[in-house]
Design a protein around this ligand. Structure first.
Ligand SMILES: *[C@@H]1O[C@H](CO)[C@@H](O)[C@H](O)[C@H]1NC(C)=O
Length: 182
């Protein structure tokens, strides 16, 4: 290894370790504020018109869908927070208000109910949206964005073939050797 390389490596290491220290310093300064935290969790519910379990450009917002947020103690699984059931707006968006700090909990937004009978199949259980609801984890600001969640349409719409081809979906499917038929 050349000398220049060594120097670059060493300064990179110093850089990384000092930003680590910095993160720790801000963390240590926060605990007093923990109790008064207020968060707004925002997200979106869509109809997965291709039954692929991800959003495409022909996914549709679902208004009147119901979601809820739940936090569970990471150690013993006890429920530490439960929101009321929240209904999405005309544009499929929701906003959930949370008070408190949930540093030791895992918090997820889950789908409860669709408002569209033709688009109400639940995606796999693990596709819930995780949100971090603590100011102690280096995430700042009171607005927390949850990944979009979708209900699957009973039958994929015909346009899917074209949309998914554009995305290279079928090639990927061939590569992975999976049988996924939208
Ligand atoms: C989580 O569970 C552990 C073990 O039961 C307990 O010691 C801890 O106080 C709990 N934390 C919260 C925030 O409820």
């Amino acid at each position: 290894m050349t000398e220049a390389c060594m120097i670059a490596l060493v300064s990179l290491a110093i850089c990384i370790s000092s930003s680590f220290n910095f993160a720790y310093a801000t963390d240590a300064a926060a605990p007093g504020a923990a109790e008064s935290n207020k968060f707004k969790v925002v997200g979106h519910v869509y109809c997965d018109t291709c039954r692929v379990e991800f959003e495409t450009k022909i996914s549709q917002p679902i208004s009147g869908a119901v979601v809820k947020l739940e936090c569970r103690n990471r150690t013993d699984g006890a429920v530490t927070f439960q929101s009321p059931e929240i209904t999405t707006t005309q544009s499929g968006d929701y906003r959930i208000h949370v008070e408190g700090d949930y540093e030791d909990s895992d918090c997820h937004v889950t789908l409860v109910k669709s408002s569209r009978p033709d688009c109400s199949d639940l995606t796999e259980d693990w596709r819930k949206a995780r949100v971090v609801l603590t100011s102690l984890a280096g995430v700042s600001g009171d607005i927390r964005f949850a990944n979009n969640l979708g209900f699957k349409k009973k039958e994929a719409v015909p346009e899917c073939k074209k949309v998914l081809t554009e995305l290279g979906y079928y090639e990927l499917q061939d590569e992975l050797g999976h049988e996924v038929v939208p």
